[in-house]
Design a protein around this ligand. Structure first.
Ligand SMILES: [Zn+2]
Length: 220
């Protein structure tokens, strides 16, 4: 059952909504569910692109600074280690969680779930891989902690400010992370958690999206 967010009318939710179709409230006509026209292949392609960009963003230098004949080059992880070494453990941990850990988990979970759905679409698997419900719940909880765009904005501001003191060369990693913020946003918005829930077998231990306060984000 699903309740209309506009008029509260209770109605039965269709088990599957075809691509590009919408489910409307029988009483007021509000759109209750909109199934994206693009399929899981599209989400999968965006996720793989994001993973490649994420790896480049971590493997190559972010920026190179040169002042008075001394040059410094740093990677994202190098910057975190440097922060830690300068007695800024709290900030180092925050940067690690928001720019590395959370995006890495988000991307792996998206890959796991979309691969599972693609295998179902192609008839290679009858059900989603084990633990899909738990992975989906975890990703909804972790996603707000991914703050690559905040990091990106901070980096751009400091690069502009440092430009007056030293010669700053933007590295491939920064360009890659900049592109990643856009690709990741596109992947997240194209990914439909409802599609995962609707494929989980009813009555299984981790099938129902009812778990205290944890499920608010699920339908969004
Ligand atoms: Zn309604």
């Amino acid at each position: 059952m699903i309740a209309c967010h506009d008029c509260d009318a209770l109605q039965e939710e269709p088990r599957r909504t075809p691509r590009g179709a919408s489910v409307q409230c029988w009483r007021c006509g509000a759109v209750l569910i909109h199934q994206a026209r693009k399929g899981n292949e599209y989400v999968f392609a965006l996720t793989v692109t994001a993973i490649v960009l994420f790896l480049i963003g971590n493997a190559f230098p972010l920026v190179s600074l040169e002042a008075g004949g001394n040059g410094v080059t740093t990677t994202l992880f190098g910057a975190i280690i440097h922060l830690w070494g300068q007695d800024m453990q709290l900030i180092a941990t925050l940067v690690f969680v928001t720019t590395l850990l959370a995006p890495a988990f988000d991307l792996s979970a998206m890959l796991y779930l979309t691969l599972g759905m693609l295998r179902m679409d192609r008839g290679r698997a009858a059900r989603l891989p084990p633990g899909s419900a738990r992975v989906l719940r975890a990703v909804q909880a972790v996603r707000p902690w991914g703050m690559l765009e905040v990091f990106m904005l901070g980096s751009l501001v400091s690069i502009v400010k440092l430009g007056q003191l030293a010669a700053v060369v933007v590295g491939p990693a920064l360009v890659s992370i900049g592109t990643l913020t856009l690709v990741l946003a596109a992947a997240n918005s194209a990914f439909n958690p409802r599609d995962v829930w609707s494929r989980l077998p009813i009555g299984q231990e981790d099938a129902a999206p009812v778990d205290g306060g944890r499920s608010e984000g699920v339908g969004a």
